[in-house]
Write a protein that binds this ligand. Structure first.
Ligand SMILES: C[S@@+](CC[C@H](N)C(=O)[O-])C[C@H]1O[C@@H](n2cnc3c(N)ncnc32)[C@H](O)[C@@H]1O
Length: 214
């Protein structure tokens, strides 16, 4: 699957990319009441402009993206000088208060996540096939301290529910995946569009007595 993403970026098949900030981020992020400067983890970030919106609101951002092409486009399209350095298996691109770590999210380690207090998942969970989603939910939980909050925007499809990415992830699956480590609240469900796709917006709060390791 990772190679497929690299192919998509190389061939410009990035229909998931939005040229505007996601309306659910603008509407629901303030309701999470996350103090600034709380660092926000953005897994599988692509070149999402949502990262700039978060940074503009005072949050340092740490995005993680597999495709170098996405990361290079992100920094090329943004303002400000870019510095690069290597951190373990990742190549890190820093532009003002945004860092994008180029590499595999599943190789991102808890020791690299110490300042993270919040997260934002738009089209990350739903980019992953069924067998990998459990691993994703577990890994995300590992990286977050108790009390960390985040928004998750998932998607369901009326027809061809096996198809993907994007994959249709039913509300019951979101609950099953995250409930062991998070308190979940469903904030909104959109009506299906012409393609039968409907978005769900979730608020997640990391529970637990402390950071823990697998
Ligand atoms: C559906 S896109 C969503 C991108 C972004 N969140 C947005 O809203 O535009 C999923 C992204 O995840 C990246 N990706 C897939 N698997 C990954 C992994 N294991 N680690 C890091 N990035 C990954 C892909 O290259 C792709 O850019």
């Amino acid at each position: 699957m990772p190679n497929e993403w690299l192919d998509r970026w190389r061939e410009g098949r990035i229909g998931f990319h939005r040229e505007t900030v996601h309306p659910a981020l603008e509407r629901y992020w303030p309701t999470l009441e996350i103090d600034t400067p709380g660092k926000v983890l953005v897994p599988l970030c692509g070149k999402s402009l949502d990262m700039r919106w978060l940074a503009d609101r005072g949050h340092p951002v740490l995005g993680i993206e597999l495709a170098r092409q996405a990361v290079e486009q992100f920094v090329a399209e943004g303002p400000g000088d870019v510095s690069r350095y290597r951190h373990g298996v990742f190549e890190v691109y820093r532009q003002a208060s945004i860092e994008v770590w180029c590499g595999d999210f599943f190789h991102f380690h808890i020791d690299q996540a110490l300042e993270i207090q919040a997260f934002y998942d738009r089209a990350a969970l739903i980019a992953l096939p069924p067998a990998t989603r459990q691993r994703y939910a577990f890994h995300l939980a590992q990286l977050l301290p108790p009390g960390a909050r985040g928004l998750l925007i998932s998607l369901t499809r009326e027809r061809d529910i096996e198809k993907g990415p994007p994959y249709s992830v039913a509300a019951e699956e979101v609950e099953r995946l995250f409930a062991p480590n998070f308190e979940l609240t469903q904030l909104a469900v959109s009506s299906p569009d012409e393609a039968g796709l409907a978005e769900q917006v979730w608020r997640l709060v990391r529970r637990g007595p402390g950071r823990w390791r697998a």
